[in-house]
Write a protein that binds this ligand. Structure first.
Ligand code: ARE
Ligand code: CA
Length: 454
């Protein structure tokens, strides 16, 4: 997990396809005050032109100029976020360049061929790409997965010193702009040793990395291989949440078993790929269950959580709304296609960030379930959560480890709209609506009393 940010912990939000100007504003107005510790941005480098969101994943140079904003805007965003207490993680696309067989002109004017990019930032010729110039077909073959093209994307020879230097220079440039960590896109497609060598060239070789490696049973390349250069995403976690919320959440009693070690696992309910394609995961169209899954993730001690916050779409490829020149418009929250979900602002999610800060690294206690779709658990004397994934309201008396007193149910909304009493033996009687949740923590006591984070 990335370093804990004093007073706020580690919770991250991914503002997928948000412009740099929108992220800057969001850090000041919402992310900082809510207690988010990290914000992950979409890839900031120059990319191919086109209306789809995924042009961001086809670099044509390492100039920090993109449809999401200019270099100056990126720098100003990092400064604004850092000033608000929120650190920035950049999505780093370094396995490949574009997938345009015919070449073209990039967002910032760079003219390129499929296997030739003039740079100077990210300057590559044919000799800098792997010799296998066909698509990966067999994920069972390690060499093919790492040396051939992922969906026609020109695959860099990350074994070469020159390529490693170019990539390191790009990441160092971002570090110079104030970035605190990287998501390494398509890490599965680069040998772990190559990534370690690149990381060793950074201004801060201990900077936080999380590797995007989709763990798929039976494949030769697994997320655990990358733990010497950082953490890995644990896609199995997202799949487990989906199957449990679709079935019985009492099965979450064992959440974490069989997965990466908790302190090395980046977890999410969904990400920008899984919310689009069928990976056996949830997305915002699941409605109340999606909200509950986010509450669960933020309450549960396993892994380092990233809240996903993108935009509503009907076409999988459709980009966020753009200006005539292809620049993405600043994010607007809403409920119609093309508007951003702003899931990180929903009270259930936003207020659970405060819960996670309050409970810190205190282990899970007081697990209870009904064998079906009602669960509850605590985080010692710091917090307690109840989740009802059933179609009828529940009323129960539950044992907590909280001190006696009156607490705000932070899931109910801001401003202590609903209070819950814990008696002298730590018991509380709660009523939770159908597909609802309730969360109490020592940072939100009725009457305003608070206990500082551990
Ligand atoms: C687009 C078009 C392609 C076209 C290409 C080049 O869709 O048809 O050939 O452009 O012109 C994203 C989009 C892609 C897009 C690409 C480039 O999702 O649609 O291609 O950008 O613009 C594998 C990888 C994993 C990867 C997923 C998508 O292992 O790393 O595929 N995820 C990351 C990002 C993506 C991004 C890329 C990588 C590329 O998060 O958003 O692609 O930078 C099994 C395997 C997995 C495999 C998965 C899907 O589960 O175990 O390893 O994931 O199947 O194939
Ligand atoms: Ca590769």
């Amino acid at each position: 997990a990335p370093p804990a940010v004093p007073g706020r912990g580690r919770t991250a939000v991914v503002l997928f396809q948000w412009t740099w100007n929108s992220i800057a504003r969001e850090c000041t107005s919402t992310l900082g005050p809510a207690g988010y510790a990290y914000v992950q941005t979409s890839p900031p480098q120059e990319h191919v032109r086109g209306p789809q969101w995924w042009t961001s994943y086809q670099p044509v140079s390492y100039r920090i100029e993109s449809k999401l904003g200019t270099r100056a805007e990126y720098r100003a965003m990092v400064q604004a976020c850092n000033a608000a207490g929120v650190r920035v993680i950049a999505d780093a696309v370094v396995n490949h360049m574009s997938g345009q067989s015919a070449g073209g002109t990039g967002w910032a004017g760079t003219r390129f061929q499929h296997y030739a990019y003039p740079g100077p930032e990210g300057g590559y010729g044919p000799q800098d790409f792997n010799a296998c110039r066909r698509d990966i077909a067999n994920y069972g073959d390690r060499w093919e997965v790492q040396s051939c093209n992922l969906v026609n994307l020109a695959d860099l020879d990350t074994g070469s010193s020159y390529v490693r230097d170019e990539i390191a220079a790009y990441l160092n440039d971002l570090i110079g702009l104030g970035v605190s960590g990287f998501r390494i896109d398509a890490a599965k497609h680069m040998p772990a040793a190559d990534l370690a060598a690149i990381k060793g060239r950074l201004a801060n070789p201990n900077i936080f990395w999380v590797h995007e490696v989709i763990g798929s049973p039976g494949e030769p390349v697994q997320p655990s291989e990358y733990l010497s250069s950082g953490d890995s995403h644990e896609f199995g976690y997202a799949r487990t949440l989906a199957s449990s919320f679709d079935g019985r959440i009492s099965s979450l009693r064992t959440l974490g078993s069989g997965l990466l070690p908790s302190d090395r696992a980046g977890v999410f309910v969904d990400n920008h790929d899984t919310e689009r394609d069928t990976h056996g995961t949830m997305n915002h169209t699941w409605g109340a269950k999606y909200r509950l899954a986010n509450v669960l993730m933020l309450a549960h001690p396993y892994g380092w959580p990233s809240v996903h916050s993108g935009y509503r779409f009907t076409d999988r490829d459709a980009g966020a709304p753009q200006e005539g020149d292809g620049g993405v418009r600043d994010a607007v929250c809403g409920t119609t296609t093309g508007t951003f979900t702003c899931a990180h602002r929903w009270p259930e999610i936003k207020n659970m960030v405060g819960f996670r800060t309050s409970v810190g690294d205190v282990p899970l206690t007081d697990w209870w379930d009904d064998g079906g779709n009602q669960i509850a658990f605590g985080r010692g004397d710091r917090g307690f959560v109840v989740i009802n994934n059933g179609a009828s309201s529940m009323t129960r008396t539950l044992q907590t480890s909280l001190a006696a007193g009156s607490y705000c149910d932070v899931v109910a909304g801001d401003g202590c709209t609903r209070t819950v009493t814990v008696d002298g033996s730590g018991r509380t009687t709660v009523t939770v609506p159908a597909y609802g949740a309730l969360a109490l923590h020592v940072g939100a006591r009725a009457g305003g009393g608070t206990t500082p984070p551990p």
